[in-house]
Design a protein around this ligand. Structure first.
Ligand SMILES: [Zn+2]
Length: 198
């Protein structure tokens, strides 16, 4: 094991000193990854570099992380390839509306499975097109089903809803009433209400 100030195993003349340097490597997926601040021992005389075992472990760990997690730049590239707004993308691929922004800012990373999914969609536009055509939007529990009972009265998720006929508060879109109702009686977050009444 190489230590600081140890005699150089290459030239035998110089001694090693410790430096932290960025190392750029290719991953298994053919992407370049720069690993910051890798501890390396360098010979003062001949410049020979030795990477200690601890640094090898560190490098392996970082590469594993990189391969599993899309970086914000990778996410941006994938989204650009999909060519839709973030809202459209989040609806089409079935993730929360705020998730794309979190991925782009790096405050959250896609899981390995989601990262692979995103790569496939970005790589194969027809797969994304097919997905969009399926029209899977929000999770089932967030969908408001508007139906009409035998008496002609509106029902939302099975709850009687008789506010449709009432005038809307000024400046409020008609679906705001449905959203308020859903929150109050169905415990459903107010989201795809437009699709429920369209
Ligand atoms: Zn040397």
């Amino acid at each position: 094991m190489v230590k600081e100030n140890q005699q150089c195993i290459s030239c035998g003349a110089g001694h090693y000193y410790r430096v932290l340097q960025d190392i750029t490597l290719d991953t298994q997926h053919g992407r370049k990854v720069t690993i910051p601040a890798v501890e390396v021992f360098k010979c003062r005389a001949c410049g020979d570099e030795v990477i200690p075992a601890a640094s090898h472990n560190y490098i392996d760990r970082r590469i594993a992380d990189e391969d599993e997690q899309l970086s914000p730049a990778d996410v941006r590239k994938s989204f650009e390839a999909l060519g839709d707004s973030l809202t459209e993308i989040s609806q089409a691929i079935g993730i929360g509306s705020k998730t794309p922004g979190r991925w782009l800012s790096g405050s959250q990373h896609p899981t390995k499975a989601l990262g692979l999914y995103l790569r496939v969609l970005a790589e194969y536009p027809e797969a994304y097109k097919w997905l969009k055509e399926q029209g899977w939007k929000a999770p089932e529990e967030n969908i408001l089903h508007l139906t009409f009972g035998p008496d002609g009265k509106a029902m939302i998720n099975g709850h009687a809803f008789d506010q449709l006929e009432q005038p809307t508060a000024e400046g409020q879109p008609p679906w705001a009433k449905i959203g308020n109702f859903a929150r109050q009686f169905c415990g459903t977050p107010y989201r795809p209400v437009r699709s429920a009444i369209s």
